[in-house]
Design a binder for this molecule. Structure first.
Ligand code: TRP
Length: 456
């Protein structure tokens, strides 16, 4: 999009909601949320996660919405316009870096999803058992060539869509396929919840045992909240720069956070009953989704078709989330550095593919590069840890400080109320209280405790 052309916006309130939800909903709900909840002990982790969504995620989301719609620019340009000649624009630069780090491993996992869709269409999961489900996942991630090929396909798809700049396309895809994904997860839930021994899974998910909660788990819940709601790196700034003027952004933020959390919960309700019913380990890690879902569908009529539909919709969800991730560097390069959208998309994806291969080749200890570690983490986990647990919360903290202390409150009130049209005085007061005192303090406490400076 050339800077002097009229900037596109989403076409209505409904498409604003679905496009934003399309960014939030992705592998985070279906893949990451269940496996982190499994690794960190279930109920207590879940409770901390809800708390983070409410007191950290929502206020930061609203702040990003303000910055984006007020300036109608890419993340870096937006901050530069809001606070000209100050270092605040570095939040945007950091965001461009975080986008790449996330994409290095996200494109790898999305590749597994595409591959699973392909295998489901071939009927590879007929008569699957717990052992074969595990073995199949192992062969998919080990490759070494096939997961790289699928990662390449994923990035090619994302690049092609972004280069076309088809906001219309994104709107249509998210508006029709998001509700379908929702329905399919519910079907999955019904089957999983009626498996023998499903009760154990529900207990795991909802029974709160604070004894299982470590400082590392709290940091993971916080990082997941940012990752889930696409916060802390400019995605929501970039998306809200396409919002309509009359959108009630407080409502949008609440609806997106609520729907996103609902979808994660529904994914958890499909996965944990299955894990316990088949006697698997909830701590299985990144393979959890891939080892359980084929088992759920193998137990039901039309299982093969439904399984393929499930991976198809997951692939779509992952793809719309990636569009929003890669849109951050693409909007930056095309609006600030004078590149065409097409070359920006191609250049960004090339970098993501080149480094992303390292993630793909280090998923497991037994992978080709699995024995290269930094602080005990392989490339895959390292990219994930640095982005989710450090860069996103750090970006969130800076955004909270910017909105809480460095922007004129009346400007924010004016924008959030659509220039006085919405009666939201009470809500805005609550928002300022959170963004000034609660959000930054919580973020600092979690940081300090995770590096061991404060102990509980
Ligand atoms: N929220 C998406 C998911 O859960 C991933 C995502 C998209 C993201 N854009 C982001 C994560 C920006 C962090 C920042 O799958």
């Amino acid at each position: 999009m050339a800077a002097n052309k009229k900037r596109e916006t989403f076409s209505s309130g409904l498409t604003v909601f679905f496009a934003t939800l399309g960014s939030a909903v992705g592998l985070g709900n279906i893949w990451k949320f269940p496996y982190l909840t499994g690794q960190n002990g279930g109920g207590a982790f879940l409770l901390v996660y809800f708390f983070c969504i409410l007191f950290v995620g929502l206020p930061v989301m609203l702040s990003e919405f303000y910055i984006g719609r007020k300036t109608r620019k890419n993340a870096v340009g937006a901050l530069e316009q809001l606070k000209p000649g100050t270092p605040w624009k570095n939040i945007g630069i950091m965001g461009v870096g975080a986008s790449c780090l996330i994409m290095f491993f996200y494109s790898s996992v999305a590749g597994w999803v595409y591959f699973y869709l392909f295998k489901a269409l071939l009927g590879d999961f007929a008569n699957v058992t717990m052992e074969t489900a595990k073995a199949q996942f192992g062969s998919v991630i080990m490759g070494p060539l096939s997961p790289i090929l699928w990662q390449f396909i994923v990035l090619a798809v994302v690049t092609a869509i972004l280069a076309m700049g088809v906001k219309q396309g994104i709107e249509k895809i998210t508006k029709t396929l998001m509700p379908l994904l929702f329905v399919l997860i519910i079907i999955c839930d019904i089957r999983a919840l009626t498996l023998p021994g499903a009760g154990e899974g529900i207990k795991f998910l909802f029974q709160v045992d604070f004894g299982k909660l470590s400082a590392a788990a709290i940091l993971a819940a916080l990082g997941l909240a940012f990752f889930k709601l696409s916060l802390g790196m400019g995605t929501m700034m970039t998306y809200s720069s396409y919002f309509t003027e009359d959108n009630n952004m407080i409502k949008t933020a609440v609806k997106v956070a609520f729907s996103d959390t609902l979808i994660s919960m529904l994914a958890g309700l499909a996965i944990f009953p299955t894990v316990f019913s088949f006697g698997m380990e909830p701590t299985a890690g990144p393979g959890l989704l891939f080892m359980t879902i084929p088992l759920v569908f193998s137990q039901m009529p039309f299982g093969t078709i439904l399984l393929a539909a499930f991976f198809f919709l997951t692939a779509i969800a992952a793809t719309t989330a990636m569009l929003s991730l890669v849109e951050v560097p693409v909007a930056y390069l095309s609006e600030e550095k004078g590149m065409s959208r097409k070359s920006a998309a191609v250049a960004t994806s090339c970098v993501m593919f080149a480094v992303g291969i390292l993630a793909t080749l280090s998923v497991d200890k037994a992978s080709v590069l699995g024995n290269i570690t930094f602080f005990g983490l392989g490339f895959f986990d390292l990219f994930d840890y640095i982005s989710s647990n450090i860069l996103l919360p750090m970006g969130g903290l800076l955004i909270a400080l910017l909105l809480g202390y460095s922007v004129k409150q009346e400007d924010v009130v004016n924008e959030l109320s659509n220039h006085g049209q919405l009666k939201i005085a009470g809500l805005v007061k609550g928002y300022f209280f959170l963004i000034r005192y609660v959000t930054p303090i919580l973020l600092v406490i979690v940081f300090l405790s995770s590096i061991g400076i404060i102990k509980f």
